[in-house]
Ligand binder design. Sequence first.
Ligand SMILES: [Fe+2]
Length: 159
Amino acid sequence: MNRRTFLATTFIGSVTAGISSAAAAAERYFPVKVDQTLFETINRVKVPGKKSPLEMSHAPVITAPKSVKAGETFTVEVSIGENVHPMGPAHWIEYIELAIGNEPAGRIEFRSRGFMKPKATFTVALPKEMAPSGKATLVAFQRCNLHGLWESTLDITVL
Ligand SMILES: [Fe+2]
């Protein structure tokens, strides 16, 4: 083996050893296998009415009146998800956010406590200027520590 081959082999060997020891450490501290592709995008329900088990427990479910009067107070309830997501020490919902269209409105953060439920209620009163077309889009986000960021929307009429 010449010097060049020796150095290349040694370098590749130490990089491989470094990667495998980092992976082993990650598995020790995070023993649950995680699908990394869920962290590359904002996840949404792909086919409404035919949700996968992951979508059932992660897509925010928004409950709000179909129609509200401008300026009148109403509540928006956001639940994660249709099958309520667990809140254990290794797997939990970190926060729930609400936006009105592109306008951030509020955020509720959670700790990984089993006695908590991942649900939040926001109190809103939309001025007419926020719904010039007579429609407003409620946007709910949530982040699961193991399954990434999820978004759902609900259009309501503002009279
Ligand atoms: Fe999750």
